[in-house]
Design a protein around this ligand. Structure first.
Ligand SMILES: [Zn+2]
Length: 80
């Protein structure tokens, strides 16, 4: 039993590159700017930006809801 040198997935048979079919396909489509790097940094950066944007959306919504709640509480305390 052998494993892909990139992701560790089990391979049925060793390959010349040491990569499994999925990673071999990904490696073939890597862009020139990152070809000398092990990881596709552009894809990783894009995923990070998407995660960050989602996180900011969630936190913004939560902060707005908390602010509205705080205002309602303050109004109640002031008898408005
Ligand atoms: Zn792999």
């Amino acid at each position: 039993m052998t494993h892909c040198t990139r992701c560790g997935r089990r391979l049925k048979a060793p390959t010349p590159t040491g990569l499994g079919p999925v990673c071999a396909a990904k490696a073939a489509t890597r862009c020139e700017a990152t070809a000398d790097l092990w990881f596709d940094t552009e894809v990783l950066a894009q995923r990070a930006r998407e995660r960050l944007a989602r996180h900011i959306d969630i936190e913004t919504t939560a902060a707005q809801a908390q602010t509205m709640y705080d205002f309602a509480q303050a109004r109640e305390r002031c008898g408005l």
